[in-house]
Design a protein around this ligand. Structure first.
Ligand SMILES: NC(=O)c1ccc[n+]([C@@H]2O[C@H](COP(=O)([O-])OP(=O)(O)OC[C@H]3O[C@@H](n4cnc5c(N)ncnc54)[C@H](OP(=O)(O)O)[C@@H]3O)[C@@H](O)[C@H]2O)c1
Length: 226
């Protein structure tokens, strides 16, 4: 990350009102010379360095609003943190719910990458980070078929884009289970330790600043017991 007094480092965090995205905004907001544009359906926490855009990524209008705001803001770093999907056997959930999952978890991030590549070189983001899942992206995730297939798709997207284009530092960061709204309070997996999203955000930012271009970082599904 580099910035000087005249040109702050501009970061866009998509899906940033709660959970990991919020923790990323909070971790960035403590840094000097940073401007953040946050996106979600509801506004997130107030910080002097953060501006908010309300957009629903499951809808065409929300996607266009988001891409227009990104064009105006011209971020150097983009982190796409939104994701989710219905829980239950594939056939027991409506197609509408699955479509929501594909739109928010896979299709809009793919469109975002397409948008980023289409920008003029001086306005193009230098780094795009997608958030995967060490739980769901490389193995079955029973009762989460649309979510898991979207996360598998993000690996295919990231691994192909990094071969096709060196114009952007493509990153994929895959957390394990985290203590966020996405993981219901009574979930069986909470019987083992889960990651603190603030700890994950700190790890993510350190890696984005210093890791290898086109890297993939994957956390353990559960953090080690203390
Ligand atoms: N939690 C876990 O155990 C876990 C494990 C592995 C990977 N992950 C991944 O980590 C990332 C962050 O997950 P999280 O646990 O922090 O999720 P979360 O707590 O559910 O937060 C999701 C964020 O995305 C926003 N969002 C959701 N749907 C949106 C939409 N349609 N349009 C715009 N914004 C939307 C939410 O804000 P609004 O509701 O205000 O829109 C919120 O800010 C996701 O990609 C997730 O798949 C999570």
């Amino acid at each position: 990350m580099s910035s000087d007094h005249k040109s702050p480092f501009r970061i866009a965090v998509l899906g940033s009102s709660r959970g990991l995205g919020r923790a990323i905004v909070e971790a960035h907001s403590h840094r000097e010379g940073v401007q953040i544009l946050g996106f979600a359906r509801k506004p997130g926490p107030e910080f002097s360095s953060v501006k908010w855009v309300q957009a629903d990524f499951s809808k065409e209008e929300g996607q266009i609003n988001c891409l227009n705001a990104l064009s105006d803001f011209s971020p150097q770093r983009i982190i796409y943190a939104a994701g989710g999907g219905p829980f239950g056997p594939f056939s027991s959930r409506s197609w509408r719910d699955h479509l929501w999952s594909y739109n928010v978890t896979l299709l809009f991030p793919a469109r975002l990458c397409h948008w980023a590549l289409a920008q003029r070189s001086e306005a193009r983001p230098s780094q795009v980070c997608l958030i995967g899942s060490s739980v769901a992206e490389a193995r079955p995730d029973q009762n989460a078929a649309s979510y898991a297939s979207s996360k598998h798709g993000l690996i295919g997207l990231w691994s192909t884009l990094k071969e096709e284009s060196d114009a952007i530092d493509w990153r994929l960061y895959s957390p394990g289970y985290m203590d966020t709204d996405l993981l219901p309070k009574g979930a069986v997996v909470r019987q083992q330790p889960v990651w603190d999203p603030r700890q994950v955000a700190t790890d993510l930012l350190t890696w984005l600043d210093s890791g290898q271009r086109h890297d993939h970082r994957s956390l353990a599904i559960h953090p080690p017991r203390e």
